[in-house]
Design a protein around this ligand. Structure first.
Ligand code: TYD
Ligand code: MG
Length: 459
């Protein structure tokens, strides 16, 4: 008897299934993510029996094994020429691992992967379902350094891809992108939840069996019209996210999940006309090169992942002309900006109610570190009063709701980085008690309240 076709609805974000369409997913709380899919199901008695027999036959071969008896094979990591990429993976690519690189369209995922494929002198199978061979050739000419060992295969059928993989046995396989792949065993369109799940499962099996590490590109769209990243996160070993503002050239590669390393790591790149350039010393690039004393511009000693980074913050406070005052922030959470403005109004008596406030983090980099608060407050006051802050001063402190300056983590690392870059003063919280001034040339100024910051800087 033929397999029975069944219609189900699947959440494209998390993969939850439901027999009927639902507006909101009960499992991941996202809206309008359910899509209809056809499920091919073995339902006859004979088929059920066969599946059961197969699984029990497998069970006979595979038995639980004592941990000391497990023999580990070659686990040497594949070290790439790209130091930032190695860092993010925790020291290179682990054999047999499946790595997902997610990011918004146009951010540079294909460029990063092709560059890796061209620069690494190993046999690489680069599978693209998005671009033609000519397009890839043109991109590789742009990047330069063509490697004869990189094989390009434009195909979307997972079975054909894996057949080639098995024949060629490359040292690394790259798939661009998971959303274009399709398995002939499944009825739904490429990019649907069942296709993505099936193909990712196949790739995982292939990688584990052949020990060929595989990197898979996955698109993330805000609308969630393609299969969501959450679904894939469970299947793959490592999830990296490539992010940045398309209007700026800096890109950050972040680890979201890593079975073989820490998730604190961060890689920084700059998109140039001839590909991505590794940025090994971010601080020097994210600081402006001007010597002029500008109001509204301050420097914050932040830590992203585990790397200290000095970032310039710029604020512009101007009189609101049209109706409601505007608040705009690039690279910083708008609600946090509103909170900082409220603290300045309520606790310190500054008036921003009639002003437009614009805030910008240099390089279009998104900063989550709360230690940037103090630099932002200093920039806001500096712009409001139109008095510049000396550019050999930097800041590291979090602001509490009552206007107190709170301690931040890894403060010594921040001070060290500021010291190394030749800053003369750093403002930190007085609650960061274990700091030893004698170890640094930079003058450490400890303050407890925003008023103290004001009197130190502007009076
Ligand atoms: P791409 O890798 O195609 O993005 P994704 O695969 O994430 O969708 O990169 C797209 C952008 O990168 C494109 O707008 C042009 C830019 N780019 C450069 O600036 N320099 C280069 O050398 C290359 C290859 C691309
Ligand atoms: Mg692409």
């Amino acid at each position: 008897m033929a397999a029975k076709l069944k219609k189900i609805f699947v959440c494209t974000n998390c993969g939850t299934t439901s027999p009927k369409w639902e507006g909101k997913c009960n499992s991941c709380d996202s809206w309008n993510t359910f899509q209809e899919e056809t499920l091919v199901k073995a339902t006859t008695q004979e088929e059920k029996k066969k599946v059961w027999q197969e699984s029990s036959a497998k069970d006979k071969v595979k038995r639980p094994i004592a941990l000391p008896d497990i023999v580990t094979g070659k686990t040497e990591r594949l070290v790439c020429p790209d130091a930032e990429f190695n860092r993010v993976l925790g020291g290179g690519i682990v054999p047999g691992s499946l790595i997902l690189i997610g990011g918004q369209p146009g951010i540079g995922k294909s460029t990063l992967m092709l560059q890796l494929a061209l620069q690494t002198p190993i046999k690489i199978l680069y599978v693209s379902g998005e671009e033609s061979e000519e397009q890839i050739k043109m991109r590789s000419d742009r990047i330069g350094a063509p490697s004869s060992e990189c094989l390009i295969f434009t195909e979307t059928n997972i079975t054909k891809i894996l057949t080639q993989g098995q024949q060629l046995m490359p040292d690394l396989m790259v798939i661009d992108s998971i959303q274009t792949l399709s398995s002939p065993h499944i009825d739904s369109a490429p990019g649907s939840v069942s296709q993505v799940r099936e193909c990712a499962g196949e790739l995982q099996r292939f990688a584990k069996e052949t020990k060929i590490p595989t990197i898979v590109i996955g698109h993330i769209t805000k609308e969630g019209s393609l299969a969501g990243p959450k679904l894939l996160e469970h299947i793959v070993d490592t999830v990296l996210q490539f992010e940045g503002d398309r209007n700026y050239s800096y890109r950050i590669l972040r680890t979201i999940k890593n079975r073989f390393g820490s998730t604190d790591e961060l890689g920084i790149y700059e998109m140039q006309a001839n590909g991505l350039r590794e940025v090994s010393n971010p601080s020097e690039l994210l600081l402006s090169q001007t010597d002029e004393l500008l109001s509204g511009s301050t420097v914050s000693a932040t830590i992203e992942g585990i790397r200290p980074m000095l970032i310039e913050t710029q604020a512009l406070v101007s009189t609101a002309v049209y109706g409601n005052p505007q608040r705009t922030a690039t690279g910083f959470d708008l609600r946090r900006l509103s909170m900082l403005l409220a603290v300045l109004e309520k606790r310190c008596g500054f008036q921003f109610g009639q002003n437009d406030v614009f805030l910008n983090i240099a390089g279009g980099i998104k900063v989550d570190d709360p230690a940037i608060d103090l630099a932002i407050i200093a920039a806001l006051i500096s712009s409001l009063e139109d008095v510049g802050v000396n550019n050999n001063i930097c800041f590291a402190g979090e602001i509490g709701l009552s206007g107190e300056i709170r301690a931040v983590n890894r403060v010594e690392q921040r001070i060290q980085e500021a010291d190394r870059l030749g800053f003369e003063q750093i403002f930190i919280s007085k609650y960061n008690t274990k700091v030893d001034q004698a170890r640094f040339d930079i003058e450490i100024i400890m303050i407890g309240k925003v008023e103290e910051l004001y009197s130190r800087l502007f009076e």
